[in-house]
Design a binder for this molecule. Structure first.
Ligand code: NAD
Ligand code: MG
Length: 388
């Protein structure tokens, strides 16, 4: 029996994970614990479908927990409230696999706890690697944790790397280009929240949807790839592939390029992170060979999408750069979603925070957390001073 903890079970990745687990053999897979922040009524509905009931349910927001009737939870489950309880769930000795699907820096402590306690970690929460890559890697080495990518591009790369014992020479990250792939810079200046959230190929939570529109998501993924696969930023290329079928590619020393393909559906990479090295039947759709398929690949436009250059820069700088840019991005995306700043203010806010901070090569976790708070406050301060 493999006991799974799903952190962020009410989100886009969390609900897809519960669907994957419902389709895996019940004698071998159990949702042992899960967490939600808001939408606790939805969490209670998901819990009601689980047999046996989970051992531990964590509601990280005390405010949301207080608003839900306590008798919505199964009597046999323990219910814990508050952010610290996430760490306890992630590190519980009964848990074999942690699916880290909380969005943003809020997932940092629980993801680190899962890595630190030597579990298999199915990592969706890329921001943790961006903020604290060196700390995650140190803890992984010390604990022997397995870090398996859920991000579709990184799952593709991980699958492609298995084609050779010789290290890869180049990683080609694909990107759909997001909703503004064909927009001019002037059009993007006027982009609304609704337009930024309307992703052409993926259904995702609001933060990553905006990140896909700015291409900050690809920037975070460049940094994520460097940490996951221990490669330098120079070995990574980004190509635009609007159909989102080729999830990424790897080039070996002989020039051979291996790609991983499947219709866009996160259940496949989620399931692979759970079942690796085995494969199992998956509820995600398959390529339809009865249909003509036109797939295109083109270079990314770094002028219209300045987030890309920022991503390469941050990946090469390492140290404190990732924590600062990630925090500035989270703060700026929040302001954009609240309709307080323009879409085109997001990436400049990140660049400004990066340039304002004193870069340190070997920061402690404590320092990274302080800088996260500093960068958020700076973005708020600039916003209030209307300096965008
Ligand atoms: P989402 O917004 O749909 O869900 C986020 C989850 O995190 C929810 O369960 C929410 O309750 C929880 N959460 C939010 N704030 C929290 C807090 N302060 N404390 C504790 N829990 C909190 O997001 P998502 O799209 O599922 O993305 C989750 C993660 O997966 C992100 O890091 C994202 O970059 C990554 N990811 C998502 C996709 C996708 O297709 N959605 C693809 C690749 C990677
Ligand atoms: Mg991705």
């Amino acid at each position: 029996m493999r006991n799974v903890a799903v952190l962020g079970a009410t989100g886009s990745i969390g609900t897809a994970t519960l669907d994957v687990l419902a389709n895996l053999p019940a004698q071998q897979w159990r949702v042992w614990g899960l967490s939600g922040h808001a939408k606790l009524s939805q969490l209670a509905d998901s819990v009601a479908k689980l047999t046996p009931a989970p051992e531990l349910i964590v509601t990280s927001s005390a405010k949301a927990a207080a608003e839900l009737d306590a008798d919505r939870w199964p009597s046999s489950s323990r219910v814990r409230v508050g952010a610290e309880a996430l760490v306890e769930l992630a590190a519980d000795p009964a848990v074999d696999i942690v699916v880290a699907a909380i969005v943003g820096r809020a997932g940092l402590e629980s993801t680190l706890a899962a890595v630190g306690s030597g579990k298999r970690v199915a990592l969706a929460n890329k921001e943790t690697l961006v903020v604290a890559g060196p700390v995650v890697k140190q803890q992984q080495v010390a604990s022997g944790a397995e870090l398996l990518p859920v991000d579709s591009e990184h799952s593709a790369i991980f699958q492609c790397l298995q084609a050779s014992q010789t290290p890869a020479q180049r990683i080609i990250l694909t990107s759909s280009g997001g909703p503004f792939r064909t927009w001019t810079a002037d059009q993007m200046r006027e982009a609304s929240v609704e337009e930024a959230l309307a992703h052409p190929t993926w259904q995702m939570g609001p933060k990553i949807s905006v990140d896909s529109a700015t291409m900050m998501n690809k920037a975070l993924e460049i940094i994520e790839a460097c940490w996951l696969f221990d490669v330098p930023a120079e070995s990574i290329e980004v190509m635009i592939h609007p159909q989102s079928v080729i999830h990424s590619m790897v080039e070996f020393i002989d020039g051979s390029v291996i790609a991983q393909l499947s219709p866009p559906d996160m259940r496949l990479p989620i399931q692979y992170a759970l079942t690796y090295p085995e494969r199992s039947v998956c509820p995600a759709p398959r390529l339809d060979c009865g249909q003509r398929m036109d797939w295109t690949l083109e270079p990314a436009d770094r002028e219209r999408f300045p987030a890309l250059a920022l991503g390469f820069e941050v990946a090469a700088a390492g140290g404190t750069a990732g924590a600062v840019v990630n925090a500035a991005n989270e703060a700026a995306v929040g302001l954009f979603l609240d309709r307080k700043i323009r879409f085109t203010d997001i990436v400049p806010a990140c660049r400004r925070a990066l340039e304002q901070h004193q870069h340190e090569r070997h920061p402690t976790l404590q320092r990274l957390i302080e800088l996260d708070q500093w960068a958020r406050a700076e973005v708020q301060r600039w916003h209030c001073g209307a300096n965008f």
